[in-house]
Design a protein around this ligand. Structure first.
Ligand SMILES: Nc1ncnc2c1ncn2[C@@H]1O[C@H](COP(=O)(O)OP(=O)(O)OP(=O)(O)O)[C@@H](O)[C@H]1O
Ligand SMILES: [Mg+2]
Length: 409
């Protein structure tokens, strides 16, 4: 067998199975939405809130905001939309990652991003709007470019702060804002970020700077635990709820429409009941919907199917559940893992007493582990009379118990 021909043949056969599914490509990509917004659905009230925040900031009253929501709900996508919308209006926008732990590292990244995302062209020259400041700008840029090299540079924090202030107050035109977008901001809720958070307190009140952070639903609580005054500095919380049923249908419809070959019907290759099942079971979480659709298409391709029915969707959900379940198991300590395995052997749910007897351990040890696992969201708690039952999450049931006795909840 010729390996080159073999690869080509396999690739071609995928293309032809795709065609049988009436698709040009698999439109269910897990990447966040960026500048191309044709797949963006819903979020009208959140977008309105963001618009209002921007409007007030332009008129001098800056209200920093946190965009919060569960995993895969669309936070990064929302930040990207803000990025493109504000860039279009001529504001300075920078995307930051929340991995810089000291104020100095953060400032360096901020300064560098402001320069490269807004003042300097791809080829390394200064944009014409900022020519009159070229000497000082180029000086900063040169220093920062060397920063990654082994060559030590002399760029003390006070100097960085002064340069930043110069940029924001002298170089940036006064009717524009400098907008800082920080994704995965939960990273800041670590003890090691304390000095950075404290630094934020003064920084977040700077004139002309507007900050959006994105993170988990507990982001603000977690940050406040580390550094209480942060709450006053980020007074606005934009909570991202699940998509409605209509929006969920819309999400699927739009992606399929884009990928359809001529003559395909609305939800092809999915059957109506398959789509219904996806919408019902994915709880309005865009990533869940997308992964389920994508996995269903993969299964259809592997099996040479021309239709995706409820059964395929169920299989897709099961295999996704299993992979999530495995990730959870890898994440548990040996003691925690022993407990969830015991729970599965006891049928998927159990009380502290039952587990203590089964594993021959003290109830208090079991209780401590259970509450840790509960905190992480991998098991649920239910009260039945005087007993409290702990029950494995759907993902753990999928991987530990399997499909045979799947509970319809
Ligand atoms: N409003 C929307 N319309 C259509 N698709 C969306 C929407 N919001 C998110 N998505 C899609 O859902 C998926 C997850 O979105 P995104 O990565 O933005 O979520 P997230 O909240 O940042 O997730 P994480 O918690 O993992 O950081 C992506 O594939 C994205 O394209
Ligand atoms: Mg994200």
């Amino acid at each position: 067998m010729d390996p080159i021909e073999f690869i080509q043949k396999s690739a071609n056969s995928i293309a032809s199975t795709m065609h049988k599914l009436k698709l040009k490509y698999n439109p269910f990509s897990e990447k966040p939405i960026r500048g191309n917004t044709k797949f963006f659905v819903g979020r009208v009230s959140e977008l309105r809130e963001i618009g209002e925040i921007l409007g007030s900031a332009q008129h001098g009253s800056v209200v920093n905001a946190a965009i919060v929501g569960t995993k895969g709900i669309g936070k990064s996508s929302m930040l990207n939309i803000i990025y493109y919308a504000t860039k279009k209006q001529g504001h300075w926008v920078v995307e930051m990652t929340a991995s810089q732990v000291t104020p100095r590292q953060f400032l360096i990244q901020l300064l560098y991003n402001i320069l490269t995302e807004n003042l300097i062209t791809v080829s390394g020259t200064i944009k014409s709007d900022y020519m009159e400041h070229s000497n000082r700008i180029l000086d900063m840029y040169r220093k920062l470019n060397n920063y990654g090299d082994k060559v030590p540079i002399h760029y003390p924090r006070e100097r960085i702060e002064r340069d930043l202030e110069y940029l924001i107050n002298e170089v940036k035109s006064h009717d524009k804002l400098c907008i800082i977008l920080i994704d995965e901001a939960d990273q800041f809720a670590k003890k090691s970020c304390l000095s950075l958070l404290q630094f934020f307190h003064s920084f977040l009140y700077e004139e002309g700077i507007l900050t959006f952070m994105a993170g988990s639903p507990t982001l603000m609580d977690d940050l406040t635990k580390i550094s209480p005054p942060i709450k006053d500095r980020i007074p606005k919380i934009i909570n991202m709820p699940p998509l409605s049923k209509d929006e969920s249908y819309d999400l699927i419809r739009r992606r399929l429409e884009d990928a359809h070959i001529d003559g395909a019907e609305e939800f092809e290759p999915f059957t109506e009941t398959a789509i219904h099942k996806i919408v019902e079971e994915c709880d309005g979480i865009p990533r869940k919907i997308i992964m389920t659709c994508s996995e269903s298409i993969s299964i259809a391709i592997r099996n040479g199917l021309t239709k995706i029915d409820e059964k395929v969707v169920k299989e897709a959900m099961h295999s996704l559940g299993i992979s999530v379940g495995h990730q959870i198991l890898n994440h548990l300590t040996p003691a925690q893992s022993e407990i969830v395995r015991a729970m599965s052997e006891l049928g998927g749910s159990a009380t502290v007493t039952q587990l203590a007897e089964y594993l021959k351990k003290s109830p208090s040890t079991i209780g401590t582990h259970l509450s840790d696992i509960y905190e992480m969201g991998y098991i649920n708690k239910e009260r039945d009379g005087n007993n409290v039952y702990y029950r494995l999450s759907k993902e753990l049931r999928d991987v530990l118990i399997g499909e045979e006795d799947e509970l319809e909840m």
